[in-house]
Structures are given as structure tokens and as C-alpha cells.
Design a protein around this ligand. Structure first.
Ligand SMILES: [Zn+2]
Length: 135
């Protein structure tokens, strides 16, 4: 709903609930939005009850797009927390795999052992005498 186009309206109040989270909604707040005519345009949005008011609303904003909810929805909060905490080991494993692969390629291009970085002077045929790679 857009603000009233007529200048006679001082305010149009809307009330609702804003809830965010992914994959489940995990936080909510009660919101109330007042459309007030400032003399140049309608200023929307005023959050009340468990949320932060970002006050960076566009003129087309409605009740909830700019609200940052703070009240937990426990089931969604639990599911989201378990999901994201379970993803961290996968993320660390991926970063570690990319790091080790990149390091191995760089060492190999420089003629070093691709496992430990020992200087093989570009001769990979006999393997590494330090760590045993390629033997
Ligand atoms: Zn080595």
C-alpha cells in the first residue's frame, strides 16, 4: 500500500509483524508504520516492540522491509543455528582444500616438493628425500 496521495492525510497507520530468518523464520518483531507528511514527501516506518528501526526507508517501503527483528522464534532459531553451525566444518574443509591445492601447484611450478616444499631443483623423478613424496 502506498501512502495516500492526498495532502489532507496527516498519517496512515499500519500494524503488523515482521519475521526474518532462513531457512526458517527465527526472529520477529511487532511493527507499526506511520506515513507522515513532512511537507515534501511521506516519511514511512516506525518500529515498536522488539525490533530495530533502520530508518532508511524508501518512499515505497511498507511495514516490514526495514525492520530488524530481535525476538526469537525458538524452533526456527534452533534449526537455523544448527544448520549454520553444522556448515562451518564444511566451509573450513573447503578453504583448507583450496589452500593446500594452491600451495601444492605453486611449489610444483617452482620446482619444490609439492608435499613439503623441499627444494628438488625441478627434478620430480626421484621423489622427495625429505618427506618421501613420489617414492
Ligand atoms: Zn617433500
Amino acid at each position: 500500500m502506498h501512502p495516500p496521495a492526498h495532502d489532507d492525510y496527516e498519517a496512515l497507520r499500519e500494524r503488523g509483524i515482521a519475521a526474518n530468518g532462513w531457512p526458517m523464520r527465527s526472529l520477529w518483531c511487532a511493527v507499526s508504520s506511520d506515513w507522515k507528511w513532512t511537507g515534501q514527501r511521506y516519511e514511512p516506518h516506525d518500529v515498536r516492540g522488539g525490533g530495530l528501526d533502520s530508518r532508511h526507508s524508501s518512499s515505497d517501503a511498507r511495514i516490514d522491509p526495514m525492520a530488524v527483528p530481535l525476538y526469537p522464534i525458538w524452533m526456527g532459531f534452533l534449526v537455523d543455528t544448527l544448520l549454520y553451525s553444522g556448515l562451518w566444518p564444511v566451509v573450513f574443509w573447503l578453504f583448507n582444500a583450496v589452500y593446500k591445492t594452491t600451495r601444492s601447484i605453486i611449489w610444483s611450478l617452482r620446482g619444490l616438493c609439492r608435499n613439503c616444499g623441499y627444494d628438488l631443483r625441478g627434478d620430480f623423478s626421484t621423489g622427495c628425500s625429505e618427506c618421501g613424496w613420489g617414492r
